[in-house]
Write a protein that binds this ligand. Structure first.
Ligand SMILES: [Zn+2]
Length: 307
């Protein structure tokens, strides 16, 4: 992009050229070696084994170190440092476990694309178990996710991160006489104001990032937040009659919901038996790290890279 500054306004003299490549999806697919299309259940399963081993290792290491952070084993200058050290240890645990759990989420995502093995039954069974364990309604999400891939990055047809149009934002139609459609030539004064506004209010920015990262993914599943605008208000991944699904998919959505009920039941039973503090520490905090990794794929144009 070439810009030029005149009378306090930065003008775009030349935009980057976008050359649309002259090949088809078929050309692309035929360039990939045939062996890459072979799906091995054994090979794919090793990723699960590896992730489970990692999770077990991280948990065991944490519970091994935890009791050592006490006055009997270590001498800290202030008593407050003991709980602080334990907090830091578990914070580290939650980050590590959250990363590995995202790896498991991705394996289930591959199951949803039928990429795990040659058997559809194995793919769906493994995907259902893994996704249910992470609170995702497997088939429900698999179906809407296939639609997402069909129009990834499309300004109006995508399933997630669908941007609002001018009229939805309450803006008047574009005035071609006085406005630059590319939005490129903005006075330097306005540009500075924009930079200021972006950098403003760290608390506001932190709150925005926190709520987006924490609630973005569940709210998309529960009520289509930031999702496809064609769907009526309150469209939910958990509703077998939702407009996202065809009538013949009803049973699969119910199976997905059963997975979620089992997930909730497991968390409730775990809390009743071992107390909320353990569930919070061992599962919920890593879970938040994992959830934030979904919502973090912010820009609409980047969803194609995300998944
Ligand atoms: Zn995908």
């Amino acid at each position: 992009m070439k810009t030029e500054s005149r009378d306090g306004v930065t003008y775009v003299v030349e935009q980057n050229k976008c050359i649309i490549p002259d090949f088809t999806v078929k050309d692309l697919l035929s360039a990939i070696p045939q062996r890459c299309f072979k799906r091995s259940a054994l090979h794919s399963s090793l990723y699960i084994v590896w992730d489970v081993l990692l999770l077990t290792g991280i948990y065991k290491a944490t519970t091994y170190v935890d009791p050592l952070l006490s006055p009997e084993h270590i001498d800290y200058p202030h008593p407050y440092l003991y709980p602080l050290a334990r907090f830091a240890l578990w914070a580290l645990y939650s980050f590590g476990a959250g990363l590995v759990a995202t790896g498991l989420w991705v394996v289930a995502h591959e199951c949803g694309h039928q990429a795990f093995s040659e058997s559809k039954f194995i793919n769906n069974a493994v995907g259902w178990v893994l996704h249910s364990a992470l609170g995702v309604p497997y088939h429900s999400w698999r179906i809407s996710h296939a639609k997402h891939h069909a129009s990834t990055g499309h300004m109006t047809q995508d399933q997630v991160f669908v941007p609002r149009t001018r009229s939805e934002m309450g803006l008047p139609p574009i005035d071609h006489e006085n406005e630059d459609l590319l939005g490129a030539s903005v006075s330097d004064k306005v540009m500075h104001e924009l930079y200021d506004a972006i950098g403003d209010s760290p608390i506001g920015a932190l709150y925005g990032a926190f709520s987006y990262l924490t609630f973005g993914w569940p709210m998309y599943l529960i009520r289509n937040a930031s999702g496809q605008k064609r769907y009526p208000r309150g469209t939910s991944h958990y509703n077998p009659n939702a407009i996202i699904y065809a009538p013949h998919q009803f049973g699969q959505i119910v199976i997905s919901d059963i997975g979620i009920l089992l997930w909730i039941a497991t968390l409730v039973l775990w809390t009743m038996n071992r107390g909320f503090a353990e569930v919070f520490r061992v599962y919920l905090v890593p879970y938040l790290w994992h959830v934030s990794s979904h919502s973090a794929h912010l820009p609409h144009s980047l969803t194609i890279i995300a998944f």
